[in-house]
Design a protein around this ligand. Structure first.
Ligand code: DC
Length: 222
């Protein structure tokens, strides 16, 4: 398969496997635009809660997703360019990290019409240039044509410890199960993805490994 131009580096993996930290480090190192697709699902979950749409009702969620007024923008903060999804001109940066939003997001992310909308929107991010995109289905579903596919994982104990250190108390085993078992675009390792278990690695080591693998793929003969 041919790599699309611009380049997309797909980083998928379980919750708290270090996707965000490492995707940002890689984006900074390469000067690419960082895209947090989980934040987009969280934004829809927040929007549904705001509009009193029942997140357990797939039809209500799909209707909210059909109607909401969104815009993609690329913002630069502290030298890192990243994509933001605005709703009615607003980026709900803090709201999407609230426990109510976190509890609602897996329901919203399981709705097929939502996944279709997200895929289209996430593919549109290419308008901003080369991307480092993190999520659960980037290598399998959003950009299956990219040559740059990575899957991060760590033991449940290590991932739980990382969340706890961040002050977040979450049942990661339940979240992993919901993400892996949904019917549409479940979390799984993309064909050809390079897999790493970073349980005993620092983020400097993990991002260093990612950058080395990216350079190898870039310099491999086509
Ligand atoms: O990475 P995160 O915790 O912000 O993700 C929030 C939720 O969205 C999580 O339950 C998985 C889901 N998600 C998804 O289904 N597909 C993606 N590409 C990104 C996130």
């Amino acid at each position: 398969m041919k790599t699309p131009h611009p380049i997309v580096i797909a980083i998928d993996g379980t919750s708290a496997s270090g996707k965000s930290t490492n995707a940002k480090l890689v984006a900074r190192a390469l000067g690419y635009v960082y895209v947090d697709t989980g934040a987009m699902y969280r934004t829809l979950a927040w929007h549904c809660l705001l509009k009193h749409a029942d997140v357990n009702d797939a039809k209500a969620v799909a209707a909210a997703c059909r109607k909401w007024k969104t815009k993609l923008e690329c913002a630069e903060n502290d030298g890192l360019r990243s994509v933001r999804l605005l709703v009615d001109g607003y980026f709900p940066e803090k709201e999407i990290r609230m426990p109510q939003t976190a509890a609602a997001v897996a329901h919203v992310a399981a709705v097929p019409a939502v996944r279709k909308w997200m895929k289209e929107t996430q593919r549109n991010c290419i308008q901003f240039g080369n991307l480092v995109m993190e999520g659960r289905d980037i290598g399998t579903n959003v950009f299956p044509e990219t040559d740059f596919k990575f899957y991060l994982d760590a033991t449940l104990a290590e991932r739980t410890a990382r969340r706890t250190a961040d002050g977040v108390n979450e049942n990661l085993a339940a979240r992993d199960q919901r993400d892996s078992q949904r019917a549409v675009a479940p979390l799984m390792i993309a064909l050809g993805a390079k897999v790493i278990n970073n349980s005993s690695m620092t983020s400097a080591q993990t991002s260093g490994w990612l950058l080395e693998e990216i350079r190898k793929i870039m310099s491999a003969p086509k």
